[in-house]
Structure formats: C-alpha cells, structure tokens
Design a protein around this ligand. Structure first.
Ligand code: FE
Length: 284
C-alpha cells in the first residue's frame, strides 16, 4: 500500500517589508529554522502598485547561503561587487551562491505595473560557507519546462522532474542540499505525482487556487504552505485549478545561527562576518 507524505503543519505567510521598504509576504524564515532545513526563507513579493516595490533592495551583503530569485512578472536589476549585472524578468531565475560573501543590489527596473516573484534562501553546509561566491542568471527561454499527460505545466528550476513517465532535468543542480524547485500550473481536475527522494524535506506552497494532497484530509488554500514528512510518496490534485511551488531538499542537520543576511554555524562565525563586513573584507 502506498504511504503518502503527511502534512506536519500548514504555514501562513506574514506580511512584512524588507530592503528599502518593499512590501512582501514572508512564507517562512527567521524562526524555527531547523524545521525548514535546508531552506532558510521564502518570500513572495507581488503588487500592482509601484509604491510597494519601487525602493527595491539597495546595496546589501550576504554570507553563508544561496539566494534564488524567481520572477513571474516585472523586471529586477541585479548588480554585485564581482561586476555582474543581470536583468531578471518574468520567467527567469537568478541563482546566487553568496558563500564567503556577496554585496549586491536588487532594484526594480520598471516604474509601473505588476511586480511578482519569489525569493528562496538555500543554506550551504559549513564546509562551503566560506567558499567562492558565484552567480548565474537563467533567462526565461533557458528554464526547462514541460507539460505532463494530465496537462500540468511544470517549470523545473532545480533538481529533476520525474513522475515515472517523463524525466526532465532542471536549470540548476546543487550538491549537499540536492534541491528541487518546481513551479506547477495545474488545470482544474488535474493531478501530478513528482518523485522526491526519501529523506528530503518537502514544502508545497500554493500561490493561486487550492490543492489537495493524496491521503490528507485538509486542502491547502492560497498563500498557504504545507510542510510534509520526510518519507512517503507525493500526489497533488487540484479540483479547481492552482499554481503551486514545490520546494524540496536534503536537510543539512547542522546548527543554524542567523543574523540578518549572514547565516553560519556558530556565533563566533557571525561575529567574524560582522567584522569582515565592517572592515571591507566580506568578499575578499
Ligand atoms: Fe540580496
């Protein structure tokens, strides 16, 4: 008999603001970090009002983890200390490995219209937290997409999509955390059964519509994220149609000490990051 992954908790995003006053929804992050290991944060930003996003995220540092920005609508310009300049636009993905340190800005390029997207933080293991920083911009046409037999459109940002019928590698593969990151657009009445390794943590965030999980009584509504057990199969169904992020990764099971944009294993390492930033050595 098939054992399905169980819902351990449903998380509701909290409205907040970050950067220079960008309004966003923090789906998780900052609290009970071990529950989301190997992920640290998921933010959703979405507004039709320029005032909510126009101030952007001026120059700021990161150390010890990776940031993944996925834009659905609108345009964001990235500039960093390595001289990278990237224009992230609807359907594009930016995968930034801050590791030892990155100082960058993320600024909306547009002055009107809708801006919508997500930023996910993926932790790095202690052994690579001080490794070299790197950055990749994946343009919309280079992000792998597929349509399942049931008509679900899947964007495969990371990991490999495999439902037993099709296998489709994503844009990014990472060691240690082995992340899976899919955007799935489910028409009404469709189902999908992505295979995720046993032992991976699985998170299902519904950003439009409602989703039902096989073996679970409770449906997941809009702006809700289900945190699932590490063992079992996964089958999603949407009676009325939905847009869903599926995020999964292998937990690092290391101590997590976070101070704003620095995420290390110990307090001493955080203090070192603060000194390095003050002394202009964060990225050196
Ligand atoms: Fe940033």
């Amino acid at each position: 008999m098939t054992q399905f992954r169980k819902v351990l908790a449903i998380h509701t995003g909290q409205p907040t603001s970050d950067g220079a006053g960008v309004k966003l929804t923090r789906v998780f992050g900052g609290q009970s970090a071990e529950l989301f290991d190997p992920f640290l944060m998921l933010d959703e930003f979405g507004s039709d009002t320029a005032d909510d996003y126009i101030a952007g995220f001026p120059s700021h540092p990161h150390r010890g983890f990776e940031t993944v920005t996925y834009m659905i609508e609108g345009r964001m310009r990235h500039e960093d200390h390595m001289g990278n300049v990237g224009l992230l636009q609807g359907g594009g993905v930016q995968w930034m490995t801050a590791a030892r340190g990155i100082i960058h800005s993320e600024m909306p390029e547009q002055e009107e219209g809708a801006m919508r997207g997500f930023q996910l933080w993926v932790n790095l293991p202690g052994k690579t937290k001080l490794g070299p920083a790197s950055y990749q911009d994946i343009q919309p046409e280079n992000v792998p997409k597929l349509t399942t037999e049931a008509g679900v459109n899947v964007t495969v940002m990371a990991g490999t999509f495999d439902d037993g019928q099709v296998q489709h590698p994503g844009a990014v593969q990472r060691p240690d955390t082995e992340p899976f990151y899919f955007d799935m657009h489910m028409p009404a009445g469709s189902s999908i059964s992505p295979r995720i390794p046993q032992g991976h943590r699985v998170f299902v965030y519904v950003y439009e519509g409602t989703v039902e999980l096989a073996g679970q009584a409770q449906a997941i509504g809009t702006s809700r994220m289900a945190r699932l057990s590490e063992e079992g199969d996964l089958q999603l169904h949407s009676a009325s149609g939905a847009k869903v992020l599926l995020i999964a990764g292998k937990p690092l099971r290391e101590p997590i000490v976070q101070y704003g944009p620095f995420v290390m294993n110990t307090r001493e390492e955080i203090e070192q990051a603060l000194r390095d930033f003050r002394d202009d050595k964060l990225t050196a």
